[in-house]
Design a protein around this ligand. Structure first.
Ligand code: APR
Ligand code: PHB
Length: 399
């Protein structure tokens, strides 16, 4: 097979939210990058993931000129509902912070970013196979891949590892890299269904038998989740069982019973917390899920991927604008404090809302914490500040 050699300043591995957002930020700064993705474009555009976006993320996507459809189609929420002891409480973070959350599927953001990149006329490769990265410990790293029967060899200054938790770039980090991990003893069964949402905004139902989450995609489709055992399989969950469990855990004295309808997508996701440090090595930088994972509770994953993209884009802007490496050198240090705040938030939500054991003491303790969220304005404000998005560590380009 003949090999085609090209050169780009940055190779971005992975066309998820981290990679595509970074690609847009770099193209607006005239930094020459190529995006290389193993999956097909259709697969990436259709992949069902979470869909709650912080105000901070929406603000950046707006600045990047990729939020026109989001502003037309996303649902604007003030907070979320918490159902406890069969009663529904609205936590109105907007009233306390003046900010909002937006519901817009991750696949929609990815589609908007792909369309923007096409509009930029910038290189983007889908369906790459046998991706290999060498020389990340040097200033001349190389990425090779096969696509449409040709081997490509790309020389670059930097590699952005945006290839997710199963990608190859996390494996290129040195042996003494710390990968701090906690695995939660349960999973989420997620469905998409053709039913109207029960509440106007997303809802967490903290039932003693386990969590159920009721979210939506527009006004006709719901996205719902059930806490399930870590070792369960989709075969264990026929539709009737899913609906009966969702109904039981979401029963209330103040709302009609949950509507049921056709389930047209279902998946299982384990719950893990991971933080990798450092987040960089030589000319390699890890972003998004390649560097850290949050459990889905609170939907921080996509937002964190985009804040990492901001930090790296800002640092690369400095480097190419002024040949100043200081921001590149402190990339991880700059990104990590916000990552840890999101870890803490996701951890707190996860440990409060899920059932961990059948000890009544655990349930009462969790209930007591939820009562504080419901009754105390100070607690609500603290929760809301993080839910709607802490400020990003840097602007996406040097000011
Ligand atoms: N080379 C190139 N691309 C790769 C490789 C590889 N060797 N391995 C994996 N990929 C691709 C995946 O196919 C995927 O499209 O990298 C992309 C990583 O994208 P995401 O998994 O969406 O990760 P990220 O962009 O960091 O976004 C984090 O995604 O996992 C969710 O909930 C998480 O919302 C969060 C967000
Ligand atoms: C979603 O809409 O997909 C969603 C909502 C709330 C969560 C996680 C995901 O905590």
């Amino acid at each position: 097979m003949d090999t085609v050699t090209t050169r780009h300043q940055v190779v971005i591995l992975g066309a998820g939210p981290a990679g595509l957002t970074l690609a847009r930020m770099l193209s607006l700064q005239n930094v020459d990058a190529i995006v290389v993705e193993t999956r097909t474009e259709d697969y990436v555009r259709e992949r069902v993931r979470a869909g709650v976006i912080e105000q901070s993320t929406v603000d950046v996507l707006t600045e990047l000129g990729v939020a026109d459809r989001l502003h037309r189609e996303a649902l604007r929420h003030d907070g979320f509902y918490l159902r406890l002891d069969e009663q529904t409480h609205h936590l109105d973070f907007h009233a306390l912070t003046g900010r909002n959350a937006f519901v817009y599927g991750q696949a929609e953001i990815v589609a908007d970013l792909i369309d923007a990149r096409r509009g930029d006329g910038a290189p983007m490769v889908f369906g790459a196979s046998d991706v290999a990265v060498t020389g990340v410990d040097s200033a001349t790293p190389v990425v090779e891949y096969t696509q449409a029967g040709r081997r490509h060899r790309v020389q670059a200054d930097f590699i952005a590892g945006c290839d997710g938790s199963h990608g190859i770039t996390p494996t290129l980090m040195p042996a003494d890299t710390q990968v701090m991990t906690r695995t939660h003893p349960f999973a989420w069964l997620g469905i998409l269904a053709r039913t109207a949402p029960t509440t106007a905004e997303g809802m967490y139902c903290a039932h003693p038998d386990g969590l159920s989450v009721h979210s939506m995609r527009g006004t006709q489709i719901t996205r719902q989740y059930l806490q399930v055992p870590a070792d369960t399989t989709l075969d264990d969950w026929p539709d009737e069982r899913i609906w009966s469990e969702l109904r039981r855990r979401s029963r209330s004295s103040d709302h009609p019973e949950l509507e049921t309808g056709e389930i047209f997508d279902r998946s299982l996701a384990p719950l893990r917390s991971v933080v990798t440090t450092p987040m960089q090595f030589g000319s390699l930088f890890l972003l998004g899920d390649a560097a850290h994972i949050v459990p889905p509770t609170g939907a921080k994953g996509l937002n964190l991927a985009i804040s990492d993209a901001c930090v790296l884009s800002h640092a690369l802007g400095h480097y190419y604008g002024h040949r100043d490496r200081t921001h590149l050198e402190s990339y991880g240090e700059t990104a990590l404090p916000r990552i840890w705040q999101a870890q803490l938030f996701s951890w707190t939500l996860t440990t409060t809302l899920h059932r961990f054991d059948d000890n009544p003491y655990s349930w009462e303790l969790r209930r007591a914490r939820m009562r504080r969220w419901i009754d105390s304005e100070a607690e609500q404000r603290a929760l809301g500040e993080v839910y709607l998005g802490l400020p990003f560590p840097t602007p996406w380009r040097p000011e």
